[in-house]
Design a protein around this ligand. Structure first.
Ligand SMILES: Nc1ncnc2c1ncn2[C@@H]1O[C@H](COP(=O)(O)OP(=O)(O)OP(=O)(O)O)[C@@H](O)[C@H]1O
Length: 275
């Protein structure tokens, strides 16, 4: 079946936040070189909530997520027009250091990527980088507890992080990300390399983490978005200009997006017609 999701152009349904907004992502255009990857999309990320990004492959979910902490700056051809504000400050302003942005807005990647060093050193890594002067043992324990991994590794902190299972490695990466006490955690398909049990553990962890952090999550898994996301953003692909440009079709409370979608494209997507 040809996916009409790629053929219809609609304007993003506007969403009115109901909680304080930590990051307001107001993208006009994102380019990779001459390629227009994402067009007008406004995504407010609310405090202590999980905002899920769903949509077809190539609709720009990761591009938008990675623009929230300037991770895309590492790609030379990347160019963003618009504004991403963090607590009201434009993170793309000339005087803003992207390293400092990433100190407050951390990231967990699709593949668990522990460093080839001990479990302890993995967690301490960012703290040492930031010249942390406090009690390192306490902070490492706190981060591992926060990532629901402490009980499993407390007696083998000197073992390599690479000796852990995939699910444990991903929780170690989450411990590493939260050790420096960021404000926001961006997660780009954090469970895609995990089995169902490890996936459940990471999902439960996300639900615990949102008490202390604000989370944004890219997922291919609609059930996962339904299970954990408070708000859901559905992205589509516009091919009307001859390219394949991603855009926000609809954002809303997760229950509303799945049970009472406003846009026809969202209706078809959540009904499983494109998966
Ligand atoms: N570094 C890059 N250089 C050029 N084009 C890129 C780059 N990264 C992504 N793109 C393009 O930008 C568009 C959006 O990609 P992106 O990875 O953000 O989509 P996505 O929705 O996250 O996809 P998926 O679900 O497959 O991961 C795609 O057309 C992709 O080919």
């Amino acid at each position: 079946m040809t996916a009409p999701i790629e053929q219809t152009v609609s304007n993003a349904a506007s969403y009115t936040p109901t909680s304080p907004v930590v990051i307001n992502c107001d993208i006009d255009k994102i380019y990779y070189g001459d390629f227009l990857a994402v067009r007008k999309s406004v995504v407010p990320i609310e405090k202590n909530k999980i905002t899920g990004f769903i949509g077809l492959s190539g609709c720009g979910k990761s591009t938008v997520l990675r623009s929230l902490n300037r991770m895309n700056d590492l790609i030379s051809v990347f160019r963003l027009e618009g504004q991403v504000t963090y607590h009201g400050q434009n993170i793309y302003a000339r005087n803003v250091d992207p390293v400092v942005v990433r100190r407050y807005i951390g990231m967990v990647f699709q593949q668990p990527n522990p460093f080839s060093m001990s479990i302890y050193d993995n967690v301490a890594f960012g703290l040492r980088l930031n010249r942390f002067k406090g009690n390192m043992d306490e902070r490492v324990q706190k981060a591992l507890e926060g990532a629901a991994l402490w009980k499993e590794v407390k007696d083998k902190l000197k073992n390599s992080g690479l000796s852990l299972s995939g699910g444990q490695q991903q929780r170690l990466c989450i411990a590493r990300a939260i050790a420096t006490e960021p404000d926001v955690l961006l997660m780009d398909e954090p469970c895609s390399a995990l089995d169902p049990i490890a996936t459940r553990q990471v999902e439960e962890l996300m639900l615990e983490l949102k008490a202390h952090y604000t989370l944004a999550l890219v997922t291919h898994n609609m059930q996962q978005a339904m299970r954990v996301a408070d708000n859901t953003c559905f992205f589509g692909v516009d091919i009307s200009q001859g390219g394949r440009t991603g855009y926000l079709v609809e954002m809303g409370k997760t229950k509303q997006v799945f049970e009472d979608p406003q846009a026809q494209l969202t209706k078809e997507y959540v009904a499983g017609e494109f998966s």
